[in-house]
Design a protein. Structure first.
Length: 254
């Protein structure tokens, strides 16, 4: 049972990694959390269990955020179960073909940029009427440091797509601020996930990153999840339209 003071966070791509960490952090703050997933219901259910153990409420809702009807299903589920949408975190990953520009077909490049924006466009547009009626909303877009320039080889599609997402978020912040809605971007650097931790080649990369970071380590998903929850909550009341690097200060030496 929700109280009138309980806030509700909807997180896309929340069955693992950064999205899952953010979901649990919102739960720790007492939020009701809608955990969106694409195919891993078992993983999403485990995140819901972790949210409830942390002190929040949770439900898992499937959907591909590139499809408007499925994005609508996610927002409708949030309203049907919890009555409102206070925070929307756009974190859903989209397919990427890694290639140097000279070898990258236009269709693959265009698909990445289109998919990246679609995964945030529909769900944002559908959540806005609810947030406007509430006169309150927090939008958080999960981007990447590679939006600022090359950070790894063969990532031009990813970097360009995330740069477009950053600009999209700034326009949303400008248009929706008068309605009490704040929009910001969290831009992680390299993050250790289950997949990267199991890859021998990436362990060498992690060592090099840690050596160049003032904090002498790489990020875990919880580091990014906490930043997302901060910007998605009442802790953020006056910062809007900003892109926040969460990378352990790796760029300070450059």
């Amino acid at each position: 049972m929700l109280t009138s003071m309980t806030k509700v966070a909807v997180i896309t791509g929340a069955s693992r990694g950064i999205g899952a960490a953010a979901a649990v952090e919102f739960g720790r703050r007492g939020y009701a959390v809608v955990v969106n997933y694409h195919s891993r219901k078992d993983a999403a259910d485990a995140v819901v269990e972790a949210i409830e153990q942390a002190g929040g409420k949770g439900i898992a809702v499937p959907g591909d955020m590139r499809a408007r009807d499925e994005a609508a299903g996610l927002i409708n589920a949030a309203v049907e179960h919890f009555g409102r949408v206070d925070a929307l975190v756009c974190n859903a990953a989209t397919p990427l073909k890694r290639a140097a520009f000279a070898d990258l077909p236009w269709d693959d490049f265009a698909a990445k940029v289109t998919d990246e924006l679609a995964a945030s466009y529909h769900v944002t547009q559908l959540a806005l009427p609810i947030m406007r009626e509430q006169r309150y909303g927090r939008l958080v877009y999960v981007s990447s440091g590679m939006a600022e320039g090359p950070g790894a080889p063969d990532m031009i599609g990813h970097g360009t797509a995330k740069a477009a997402l950053n600009t999209f978020a700034r326009y949303i912040a400008h248009e929706e601020g008068p309605h009490g809605i704040i929009a910001n971007v969290v831009a992680p650097g390299y993050v250790r996930t289950d997949a990267t931790a199991a890859t021998t080649a990436l362990r060498g990369i992690e060592t090099r990153i840690a050596e160049h970071s003032p904090l002498r380590r790489v990020a875990d998903p919880v580091d990014i999840g906490r930043a997302i929850a901060m910007f998605g909550s009442e802790d953020c009341s006056y910062a809007t339209g900003v892109v926040v690097p969460v990378n352990g200060g790796i760029m300070l030496a450059h």
